[in-house]
Design a protein around this ligand. Structure first.
Ligand SMILES: [Zn+2]
Length: 467
């Protein structure tokens, strides 16, 4: 009886706890004349010494370590009695509080956006601050309290009264000025989104799109927003034609055309998110006019990530370990399958197979002696550090996809193809609401297409030197 009573009391306490800690409030405050933004988290009281404020060091699909903690300053907690506690640096990517016996319910910090852009040489990894513009990548500025990343979030953004506010979380051409609120179902959704503020941000809703499709631009040169929209729609419709469906409720393409801040900074890379992509280009590469055959391979590739891996992924990709660059064994699948669909089918570029073969045949020995799985583990944090690692991951994955496709089409007399394999992987993630294990990939594909694929599967798992 006594045990039962304790158990029921515990359950009751847990229920109370869950009820009173329904969500975390985030407040982002910014003024145009300041290069820093301020962020405040309000939450149910916690003992200060148990709190770690985690600042991300990576995001899904970045495959690199980025020290965002270096741009976070003045981390301060407020106690129940209104006293301020200063945080200290932890031994990982976090801040902590050493003061004992203090309940805290609020943490504030600032992020130096200019310092971030100056120090991160990859333009696609950094948030930006300009005259009439603030462009924020969620994971570059928002931290979280370790253990609370599952809680829903209510975010309020406050800025200059004239500044319109846009977020990819709930995109709309109608923007609120000065202050706006957004809901995220958990930290991952808050971190995955982009936030674009200011009078320098232009939005267009692309007509005749099968889902709401938005183009959002900040540019330091002339550009043609309608042409950007036309190309985005071509890419989206191409993917829809291939897969037969679009899994995203809406989609936003965020473009920056920027004057390089130094010759050492890299522009031109894009980054995929659940329902959006960001592209940070040099002004020289702004889209300025209609072209009959524009190069939209990268756009198709990044939108295509909304199918794989954003909605179909292996372990490590999601749930994501934000404070590190987690080991991911399936980068070849994330990238290679997307490259294959984008170029071989959507762009109907059959010659792309030669390019993949050339990448593999000219790879250095240190790459060719690695199995697919080991190369992916290496790429988890160094995908672009030596881009031959990244290229060989997508090339090997795409060649695996190509050989699977040929065999499946041949043996099923054209009734099945590689597409059925990808749709089955997506179905697995949706049904089980979890990442697939490495050993499950071959089984899921085999079951979906009804064909023994083990010869191709085994061959591509091996180091290239053993082929
Ligand atoms: Zn990619």
């Amino acid at each position: 009886m006594k045990i039962l009573l304790i158990v029921s009391t515990l359950i009751f306490a847990l229920q109370i706890d869950a009820f009173s800690q329904k969500e975390i409030e985030y407040i982002l405050t910014h003024s145009p004349e300041n290069n820093k933004i301020n962020i405040t988290l309000n939450f149910k009281e916690i003992e200060a010494e148990n709190v770690k404020l985690i600042i991300p060091r990576s995001g899904p699909g970045t495959y690199e370590l980025t020290n965002y903690r270096a741009f976070v300053q003045k981390v301060t907690a407020t106690t129940k009695l209104g006293n301020k506690l200063q945080a200290t640096l932890g031994i990982g990517s976090y801040f902590e509080f050493t003061a004992k016996s203090n309940l805290i319910s609020s943490i504030s910090y600032s992020v130096d956006i200019n310092k971030m852009e100056k120090e991160l040489l990859s333009a696609s990894s950094s948030s930006k601050k300009r005259d009439k513009y603030l462009g924020l990548l969620g994971y570059s500025v928002f931290g979280f309290i370790e253990g609370q990343e599952h809680l829903p979030i209510n975010l309020t953004i406050n800025t200059h009264t004239n500044w319109p506010i846009f977020s990819t979380i709930s995109p709309s051409v109608e923007r609120k000025n000065g202050s706006a609120s957004f809901k995220a179902s958990n930290y991952a959704e808050l971190a995955d989104a982009q936030y674009l503020l200011g009078e320098g941000v232009y939005i267009s809703s692309v007509p005749n799109s099968p889902i709401p499709l938005y183009i959002v631009v900040y540019s330091e040169t002339a550009y043609d927003i309608e042409e950007i929209g036309r190309r985005a729609l071509l890419a989206l419709n191409g993917l829809k034609t291939y897969y037969g469906f679009i899994p995203m409720p809406h989609y936003t393409l965020c473009y920056e055309f920027l004057t390089p801040i130094s010759p050492r900074h890299d522009y031109g890379f894009s980054m995929e998110h659940l329902n959006s992509m960001t592209a940070s280009f040099d002004t020289k590469h702004a889209v300025t006019a209609y072209e009959e055959h524009p190069n939209i391979g990268s756009t198709i590739h990044h939108i295509g990530h909304s199918w794989i891996p954003l909605r179909s992924y292996g372990k490590g990709y999601r749930p994501f370990e934000w404070q590190t660059a987690p080991l991911i064994e399936t980068i070849w699948l994330n990238e290679g399958f997307t490259w294959y669909v984008a170029y071989y089918y959507v762009l109907n570029n059959k010659g792309i197979i030669n390019r993949f073969n050339k990448i593999v045949s000219t790879a250095p020995e240190y790459i060719n002696k690695k199995s697919l799985r080991k190369l992916s583990l290496l790429g988890s944090s160094q995908y672009a550090a030596d881009f031959r690692i990244g290229k060989n991951l997508f090339a090997r994955g795409a060649l695996l996809a190509y050989e699977l496709d040929k065999k499946i089409i041949k043996q099923s007399n054209g009734s099945k193809s590689f597409k059925d394999a990808v749709i089955a992987l997506m179905g697995f993630t949706k049904k089980n609401n979890r990442a697939f294990e490495y050993e499950e990939i071959e089984q899921i594909i085999t079951k979906a297409v009804g064909i023994d694929i083990s010869d191709i599967w085994v061959k591509w798992q091996e180091p290239i030197l053993k082929h």
